[in-house]
Design a protein around this ligand. Structure first.
Ligand SMILES: Cc1ncc(COP(=O)(O)O)c(C=O)c1O
Length: 380
């Protein structure tokens, strides 16, 4: 039997490749985006309590009510934007399932979807799986700014979706109010939906403020806002996130979600609902990661890497042109094998990579892990 691949171009992801190489080489792994420190023991206890109370069966398809209410409260308090917990908030199996289900709800064969590259690796294959055509806007370092005139020129009657990622992985940039005003002008009087991937919403630095798309009513009405508890509470392995969208969009979203996963881990949802009441936990996250960012920048400043100071997310890009002429993929392998620090080449986030010399480090790590990496990097 010959199964004809729906995604023939797709190989193993760069994250698997680099993590495997890091393991083989005994390298400090700053490639994949996950913390190497533990989550709050209180959160673990809250989930354990829910399990002990017997809250171990299916939750409602849209998520546990208490959690949806807390999510709605938080969004309203922080962004002054209201989502009804019953009809506009859906708990998902991580940000990834939310992205996938939203893309599935929107994209039909031959629809066009605009993404910005470098892009998180899920967007393109998910669009293509449903027969969509990806139109990518290429952004370049060091600031990865969006030229909205280019975006405007790419809109046609076939355009059905724009995906933005703010704060951005891997670019570490954040969108400004002006970006949203330009985006609003472009989609006005069209049927273009927007997916706003905001999984790093609580990791922005230097007094910058995260502007959720839900703050802009004209954009909110056509947007799916995607969030992740994995990024918020250092629990990437629990895979719980959510999607916020106005009722008509949520209706379509849930048609996919219900036959994709139906519902998400129940005791974890009860634990999260309780933990979300502690506002300090999420309001202090930017400060927590800013310390880590500055620790890493400080260490790396003694090296030959040129740092692109991140505005958001827990990644840092660095230019290695003073060290090597290798392309980004070869350099990343060389760094892992010869200097025992694993990183991700930024070229992996482009379909057709430009000539840059940038690698991505993840600094969601203990200071001792970063210290080990810095020690190796400054010797190069
Ligand atoms: C930009 C972006 N979106 C979505 C996700 C997926 O989030 P989750 O792990 O909650 O599925 C990630 C994870 O790395 C990400 O970096």
């Amino acid at each position: 039997m010959n199964l004809k691949s729906k995604l023939p171009q797709l190989g193993t992801t760069i994250f698997t490749v680099m993590s495997q190489l890091a393991n083989e080489q005994g390298a400090v792994n700053l490639s994949q985006g996950f913390p190497d420190f533990d989550c709050s023991p209180d959160l673990v206890n809250l989930v354990a309590d829910a399990m002990k109370k017997g809250l171990n069966q299916y939750s409602p398809m849209s998520g546990v009510k208490e959690l949806r209410e807390q999510i709605s409260r938080k969004q309203s308090e922080i962004h002054n934007s209201d989502y009804h917990p019953d009809t506009e908030v859906t708990v998902t199996a991580g940000g990834a399932e939310a992205l996938f289900s939203a893309i599935a709800a929107v994209i039909r064969p031959d629809d066009e979807a605009i993404i910005f590259e470098p892009a998180y690796d899920l967007y393109r294959p998910a669009i293509e799986l449903f027969g969509g055509i990806v139109k990518s806007v290429r952004l370049l370092g060091p600031d990865f700014k969006i030229d909205w005139e280019i975006v405007k020129s790419m809109i046609s009657s076939k355009t059905k979706l724009i995906i933005i990622n703010n704060p951005n992985n891997p670019a570490t940039s954040v969108l400004t109010e002006n970006d949203f005003l330009e985006l609003a002008k472009i989609v006005r009087d069209t049927d273009v939906a927007i997916i706003s991937d905001e999984v790093y919403e609580h990791i922005v630095f230097d007094e910058l403020k995260h502007l959720s798309i839900s703050r802009f009513p004209e954009l909110k009405e056509r947007s799916f806002v995607i969030a992740s508890f994995g990024k918020l509470y250092h629990i990437t392995g629990w895979k719980v996130g959510y999607c916020l969208a106005p009722e008509p969009l949520t209706k379509e979203f849930r048609k996919v979600h219900q036959f994709n996963v139906f519902c998400v881990n129940t005791p974890v949802q009860y634990g999260l609902a309780e933990f979300l009441k502690r506002k300090d936990e999420y309001l202090s996250l930017s400060g927590f990661f800013q310390k880590k960012r500055d620790f890493f920048i400080n260490g790396l400043s003694q090296s030959k890497f040129k740092i692109l100071k991140p505005k958001g997310s827990y990644f840092l890009l660095a230019d290695y042109s003073e060290i090597s002429d290798l392309n980004e993929f070869e350099f990343s392998k060389w760094l892992t094998v010869n200097h025992k620090v694993a990183v991700i080449p930024v070229s992996a986030f482009y379909d057709d990579p430009p000539e840059q010399k940038l690698v991505r480090f993840c600094f969601a790590k203990k200071e001792e892990t970063m210290e080990k990496a810095i020690e190796k990097l400054i010797r190069i």
